[in-house]
Design a protein around this ligand. Structure first.
Ligand code: NAD
Ligand SMILES: C[C@@H](CO)CCC[C@@H](C)[C@H]1CC[C@H]2[C@@H]3[C@H](O)C=C4C[C@@H](O)CC[C@]4(C)[C@H]3CC[C@]12C
Length: 438
């Protein structure tokens, strides 16, 4: 069961486009709808040109419309957005979703410790895309990036439940980094802040209590010992407490937090690791968790869409949405962590062996504890960071699922991608990844 993070191997996952294929082909259903609408408008104006007697009057009206249209779009394209962590798994989807779905965007700033080469392709579009290499733990770098932005979407974070980084570093990035973002908004006069929180600010808790299809108001004993959930919980609290603070110029800061459950989709590193692990095991994975343990999952495109929508609607309904938290949800089915992964790994040729866990839970716990010990012993020599440790085992083995419509009620959220689409896109990405490895 203990596995290390993957090396690269080819596998039976199909032969399609190269690894970057999902990036090049990136589009959303809403985009198609906007194109259809534009075509519809063209038909209308052509039909108008055919009616000769009314031509002079129509041209005059057309001129007025055009002027109005140009004025509208000049007026419309006025907002500056900043996405921190914009080159991460979720951040990249948020960036692309904003470019496709936020017509009022004038400039999009992407702030990240590591900038991706794919940013270059975005710079040729109508929106000014500004890539900023920077560190959220450096207050002056954050302030410089935030200055002049209308909206900040703060997704940057250190996501580590495997013991790769020290607790101090996790705290520094996730808590101090978030403090820096809040202070930058206050000092420079940015009024809207959306924070990417996590289901883990709620649970699962260290006692292993199930959270079965709960919502934002479900009582749950949130107890954190692990540095990652503790840091996310503290950062979320800071963001929510900052709601209503006066920013430079005197207007109130409006903040809210989105709490995704386990995100999946194109670019998901852990899915990649599990896939390569399965290949190393001869195309098999061995069931470790009972199928009855439900683990909440949400498609990355829908999480990105929720960020775009919440950022937009926060400006329209600050009184309702300011200081609120929203779970991220869609129509992904409720399943165990392993069964859910098989929705994608299965079509890529992997098999989950066993209808029940193959090892007793006490043995898994022992292996997880052994991994933790090995990590500690080997730390001076090398980084040993397997997927299985006492914390990840507890996460995978505790029911935590969400059932809510708060986002729909507060800001009209509906998932942009159906479950079938989310599944297909994720499978295609895995197949592309596999063919590029061969
Ligand atoms: N992946 C999930 O399942 C999941 C679930 C719930 C919440 N989240 C949250 O979503 C956010 C994004 O997670 P992700 O899965 O995309 O992770 P990721 O590691 O892919 O992305 C995080 C990004 O933040 C950047 N970053 C890290 N430290 C930074 C620093 N000091 N300064 C500037 N940038 C820095 C990284 O370079 C990276 O691009 C995180 O805040 C995470 O806590 C993730
Ligand atoms: C016990 C193993 C047998 O197959 C499986 C171990 C799986 C774990 C590595 C993952 C189980 C649950 C995952 C977490 C969850 O989906 C939610 C998260 C919240 C987010 O904020 C960060 C990622 C994560 C902690 C995610 C990490 C991987 C798991 C622990």
């Amino acid at each position: 069961m203990p596995v290390e993070h993957s090396g690269h191997q080819g596998g039976p996952c199909g032969k399609r486009v190269g690894e970057e294929g999902w990036r090049l082909g990136w589009s959303v259903p809403g985009m198609a709808r906007r194109e259809e609408q534009a075509e519809g408008d063209n038909h209308l104006s052509l039909a108008g040109n055919e009616r000769r007697p009314a031509l002079v009057a129509s041209l005059g009206t057309l001129g007025l419309w055009l002027q109005q249209d140009m004025a509208d779009s000049a007026q419309a394209q006025k907002l500056v957005y900043l996405v921190t962590g914009g080159c991460g798994f979720l951040g990249e989807h948020v960036v692309r979703m904003l470019l496709q779905q936020e017509p009022r965007l004038r400039e999009l700033r992407i702030f990240d410790l590591h900038l991706g080469p794919w940013l270059e392709e975005l710079k040729t579009g109508p929106v000014q895309v500004t890539a900023i290499q920077g560190d959220v733990t450096q207050a002056h770098e954050v302030a410089a990036a935030v200055a002049g932005a209308h909206v900040v979407i703060h997704t940057a974070g250190l996501v580590d439940v495997f013991g790769k980084a020290s607790p101090e570093t996790i705290h520094e990035v996730n808590v101090q980094g978030t403090k820096n973002v809040i202070e930058a908004c206050v000092q420079t006069g940015t009024q809207f802040l959306v924070y990417t929180s996590s289901m883990e600010v709620v649970g699962p808790n260290i006692k292993g209590h199930p959270f079965y299809r709960g919502n934002e108001d479900t009582p749950y004993e949130a107890v954190h010992r692990h540095p990652y959930p503790s840091s996310k919980a503290r950062a979320e609290q800071l963001v929510l407490e900052a709601n209503g603070r006066k920013v430079r110029g005197g207007l109130p800061l409006v903040t809210c937090a989105l709490r995704p459950t386990g995100i999946y989709g194109e670019g998901h590193q852990i899915m990649r690791d599990i896939y390569y692990q399965g290949l190393r095991l001869g195309g098999r994975l061995f069931r470790a968790i009972p199928a009855s343990v439900e683990h909440g999952r949400v498609y990355v495109g829908n999480v990105a869409w929720m960020h775009v929508l919440v950022a937009r609607e926060l400006q329209q309904r600050p009184a309702l949405m300011g200081g609120q938290v929203y779970f991220c949800y869609d129509k992904s089915p409720y399943k165990s962590y392993e069964d859910f992964n098989m929705e994608f790994l299965g079509p890529c040729g992997l098999r989950l062996v066993g209808t029940r866990p193959l090892l007793p839970y006490w043995l898994l716990m022992l292996l997880a504890a052994l991994n933790a010990l090995l990590q500690w012993l080997l730390r001076p020599l090398l980084l040993y960071a397997p997927l299985l440790n006492p914390y990840t085992l507890a996460m995978a083995n505790t029911t935590f699922t969400v059932s809510t419509n708060k986002a729909q009620r507060h800001f009209g959220y509906e998932p942009l991608f159906s479950w079938e689409e989310s599944r297909t896109r994720t499978i295609r990405w895995m197949q592309a990844m596999d063919s590029s490895a061969q």
